[in-house]
Write a protein that binds this ligand. Structure first.
Ligand code: FE
Ligand code: FE
Ligand code: ZN
Length: 306
């Protein structure tokens, strides 16, 4: 059975229970969670996350906790040139590892960082140094940190496989590093995910090693290959296209790897920022059925009558 889900939220009083409920509402069997708002680093105490109830609800619904993925907030930057801010990122990530371990989630997706002005090489040193500290702080915990493949917008590190490999090579406990392969990001970075996914995988295997991939982000892209933009599109409506994404989701080599959708919510009307609808239930059903539905967006909008 394919492992397919989406990012879901964790908030309010229900916390992790809300994440599981949202997952079930999409008929998904895996999920990716920000442990609070992705844009900030305020987090609730582990004791308030309602972990036991959430795990029980997963067991009751045949969801394997080891398919749950955590995503670190994207504002923290291990490559920051300010050493205090780097230390803040290390401390936060240390706590995030502890939270994930308490949740039974085996991996945390991390955007490696952005070099801003100090250049790629220095940034890679900083990131590796930060990861070494986090692993030192959390010795004995099983949690992996999955470095995400990035689109190359701005000064992002991780826009090619070589940069990820350079980080991995500098981390002592590199058994605790893996890779999150984002289809939109790699396409935007220039890899031919749309027409030659297997060729891209060969390249990845040569540079990093396929066994490092621990999660996929399945997103279409609003921009042509190599645009370095990072704007996700709904499945089948962008430049990667349904067939390529469907091929990845059902790929025999990656059956055991969780796949997570981060496609955009749909506005009721083009400029309506308030009424937006999650597309995940329908996108997941479409990928399970392996047939593209060009009317999908309209159907999702029509379903909501508010
Ligand atoms: Fe991400
Ligand atoms: Fe992603
Ligand atoms: Zn993205």
């Amino acid at each position: 059975m394919i492992k397919l889900g989406s990012h879901v939220s964790m908030n309010g009083d229900k916390m992790f229970v809300a994440s599981v409920e949202e997952t079930l509402s999409y008929e998904a069997n895996t999920m990716m969670i920000y442990t609070g708002a992705p844009q900030n680093t305020r987090r609730k105490a582990i004791s308030k996350m309602r972990i036991d109830e959430a795990l029980q609800m997963m067991r009751d619904n045949d969801i394997d906790p080891s398919d749950v993925v955590v995503h670190a907030p994207y504002i923290m930057n291990l490559a920051n040139k300010d050493s205090e801010k780097r230390q803040f990122a290390v401390d936060f990530l240390t706590e995030e590892v502890k939270r994930s371990a308490a949740m039974g989630a085996p991996q945390i997706v991390l955007h490696p960082g952005a070099h801003v002005k100090q250049g790629v090489d220095t940034a890679i040193e900083y990131i590796a140094e930060g990861l070494n500290q986090v692993f030192e702080n959390t010795k004995g915990l099983p949690t992996l940190i999955a470095l995400e493949t990035m689109s190359g917008k701005g000064t992002e590190i991780g826009r090619n496989f070589e940069e990820l490999k350079a980080i991995i090579d500098r981390v002592e406990d590199s058994d605790r590093l893996s890779v999150c392969f984002d289809t939109c990001h790699t396409h935007d970075a220039g890899y031919d995910v749309a027409l030659d996914f297997d060729g891209v995988m060969e390249t990845f295997d040569r540079i990093v090693g396929l066994e490092r991939i621990s999660v996929f982000h399945i997103n279409d892209s609003k921009n042509p290959r190599g645009a370095s933009k990072d704007r996700h599109e709904n499945i089948g409506f962008g430049y990667i296209g349904f067939d390529a994404l469907n091929h990845i989701v059902h790929h025999k080599d990656f059956e055991q790897i969780p796949k997570v959708l981060e496609t955009p919510y749909l506005p009721k009307n083009p400029d309506d920022k308030k009424r937006i609808y999650a597309p995940y239930k329908e996108e997941i059903a479409m990928l399970k059925a392996q047939t593209f539905d060009p009317q999908l967006k309209d159907k999702i909008r029509a379903k909501h009558t508010d």
